[in-house]
Design a protein around this ligand. Structure first.
Ligand SMILES: [Zn+2]
Length: 236
């Protein structure tokens, strides 16, 4: 177990399956990374088009609403850019096309640090969302070695994209996390961002208290007041 600071003075990229994933697991850390001089960009693989229990809901309308919520949430954290790949919610597969798109975005945004789902030890174990596992797995494959190697997806060069080596991956929703960030400074922005996801918030008055409890219980594992936890991979 170690206590770590949020990334500092680096380009950062987050890759998530659904529009409200980053707030759950790394919104406080990303807010503090921005305080520390990082630029942060967000790539959303699906637009959460299945995220409605309303009878007769139109998945395209759900996706559009959730993209608006995600864009507003990102701006509340200070994220400079959001891109949407618009894969079908609940139906993300490990395909060459998705690998190629993630490699292209890594080569475009050129992050030193990439945040994504832990695909090998997901939290919760067994009953994790399959999109989380698939997106995390493909993101890791895209980081290493695919985005780094010039002979992989050489067609990207036509768009001016050059190979890029990511230095660190921070895996969130990780059942084996050992690195803890004190998110006291970023907690209010995490909550403020999460509350923009109206469509996913049946009881907005209860959410801040519930989320404070969750951050406090993660923090208690490391002697911190409020925390998010990660498995950090350093890529040599
Ligand atoms: Zn999700």
């Amino acid at each position: 177990m170690q206590i770590v600071d949020a990334p500092r003075n680096s380009p950062v990229m987050a890759v998530a399956a659904h529009p409200d994933d980053i707030e759950s697991w790394c919104g406080g850390t990303l807010a503090q990374a921005i305080d520390n001089g990082c630029s942060v960009r967000l790539l959303l693989v699906t637009s959460g088009d299945k995220g409605s229990n309303e009878r007769g809901a139109d998945p395209r309308a759900v996706a559009m609403r959730r993209e608006r919520e995600a864009t507003e949430a990102a701006s509340r954290i200070g994220i400079s850019e959001v891109a949407f790949l618009r894969y079908p919610d609940g139906d993300v597969e490990e395909t060459r096309r998705l690998r190629g798109e993630l490699v292209a975005w890594i080569r475009r945004w050129r992050p030193d640090v990439l945040f994504t789902h832990d695909p090998e030890h997901p939290l919760p174990p067994y009953l994790s969302h399959r999109d989380h596992r698939v997106v995390g797995r493909v993101a890791l494959d895209a980081v290493y070695p695919l985005a780094r190697d010039a002979l992989v997806f050489p067609e990207h060069a036509v768009d001016g994209l050059r190979p890029h080596a990511v230095k660190e991956v921070w895996l969130f929703s990780s059942a084996v996390a050992t690195s803890y960030v004190d998110i006291t400074a970023g907690f209010d922005r995490k909550i403020h961002a999460r509350l923009t996801h109206d469509s996913q918030t049946p009881d907005p008055s209860a959410l801040p208290g519930n989320w404070r409890e969750r951050a406090a219980s993660i923090g208690a594992e490391a002697g911190l007041p409020l925390a998010e936890a990660f498995t950090i991979l350093r890529i040599g």
